[in-house]
Design a protein around this ligand. Structure first.
Ligand code: SF4
Length: 387
């Protein structure tokens, strides 16, 4: 069955506040009956407060509206994010005064307050879910859409998958990309060939393994799968294989399923603000030029349908190539534009595929525009010739 995704377009007809995105968020909150669902709940609002001098994460104006809705409904709101971002969140405008409720680190100030969930996946044995997330009784997931160097896209899944776990689990999720073997040293015994492979990558994505002089280490984040290294690598020595790239996305789906499993059915809602979408995630600590046109604000009870809808909407417009940092390269123009930017194996749709397989929601959705943009008919009473 198709899930409902509520959407507010970034466009407006009239120059009026009621047609802008914060006002459309109010309409989405109404459509989701959020106030009616949070009475006496401890509501954790998971957002990313960004890092360093980044300014493109979800603006406090939006979060404050959600906080107020929770209070109106008789719930107790708290905002939560990973501890190293909460630490200086005030410098980016996120304070209890601006948001209307406290901001806490998901795993406590020393990153030591978590619940352990055993769910083996490749190199990951257990998952450390932030104590504040699991202690809450209602979850509001408020994500900013942007590109991501490991998986192409960061949205609703990413905000929970990485942002609700402690630092050790976040590192393990990145490391899982190395689980499937991609370097076969027996097929490349000579140092000159290894040097040629390293030097073939214009992005510095392949380096010598720091623990093994005969080993090569691939930084998957920097690899756009251009294939140059494969042209110089001895046959059978190196694989640039989708399985490594997709592992991160499968781990994100598993992580998200663990987080959502700690909430009763109907006790989680998800929002995505798709504005000022940058090439990489907000953890980088700065804001680059937008590489996609603004796509608006989205809300749903179904996290799979929500990210699917954001991806479908952003797939309708091409990458803004003039805004792509010159150190990056567009070598394919097939599929979603974030794939153009990060390479074909970082297909942004993989996470919703894995999420649907885990039963987290449906990729089929009905998109409901909460305030369709009025088309103006410009009629003149008298004929006035244009210049
Ligand atoms: S595929 Fe391209 S980007 Fe990736 S490691 Fe090889 S040369 Fe570098």
């Amino acid at each position: 069955m198709a899930s409902k995704v509520y959407w507010g377009s970034p466009r407006q007809a009239k120059l009026e506040a009621r047609e802008t995105l914060p006002a459309k968020l109010d309409l989405i909150i109404d459509a989701l009956h959020l106030r009616d669902r949070v009475k006496k709940e401890l509501v954790v609002i998971k957002m990313h407060t960004g890092n360093n001098i980044g300014y493109s994460t979800v603006h406090p104006v939006f979060i404050r509206k959600v906080v107020q809705a929770v209070k109106d409904g008789g719930g107790e709101p708290i905002v939560a994010d990973v501890e190293w971002d909460v630490h200086a969140a005030h410098s980016r405008g996120y304070t209890s005064e601006t948001l209307g409720c406290p901001i806490y680190p998901v795993s406590g100030p020393a990153d030591k307050y978590y619940y352990t969930h055993r769910r083996p996946y490749k190199s990951i044995e257990e998952w450390r879910l932030g104590g504040l997330i699991q202690d809450a009784t209602f979850l509001i997931n408020f994500a900013h859409a942007k590109g991501h160097p490991s998986c192409g896209y960061g949205g609703a899944f990413k905000n929970l998958a990485l942002g609700c776990m402690s630092g050790k689990t976040r590192s393990a999720m990145h490391d899982v990309m190395h689980y499937d073997q991609y370097w076969f040293p027996e097929a490349c015994p000579d140092e000159a060939s290894r040097k040629a492979i390293i030097e073939s990558c214009p992005f510095g994505a392949i380096v010598q393994d720091r623990d093994n002089p005969e080993g090569l280490h691939l930084h998957f984040e920097g690899c756009n799968q251009c294939g140059r290294c494969l042209k110089v690598a001895p046959p059978g020595s190196l694989k640039i294989d989708p399985v490594n790239f997709h592992s991160f996305q499968e781990a994100m789906a598993i992580s998200t399923s663990i987080t959502l499993s700690t909430f009763e059915p109907g006790k989680a809602v998800h929002f995505v603000l798709a504005t000022h979408m940058t090439p990489v995630c907000d953890c980088f600590g700065f804001t680059s030029m937008p590489i996609l046109p603004d796509a608006g604000i989205f809300g749903s009870d179904d996290i799979v349908a929500l990210d699917q809808a954001v991806l479908d909407m952003t797939a309708k417009t091409p990458l803004i190539e003039e805004n792509v940092p010159t150190s990056m390269e567009v070598h394919t123009r097939e599929g979603h534009p974030l794939r153009w930017l990060h390479g074909p194996y970082k297909d942004p749709y993989k996470v919703v595929e894995y999420g649907e397989k885990l039963g987290l929601g449906s990729r089929e959705y009905e998109l409901i525009d909460v305030l369709p943009v009025q088309q103006f008919q410009r009629t003149s009473v008298t004929y006035i010739p244009a210049n």
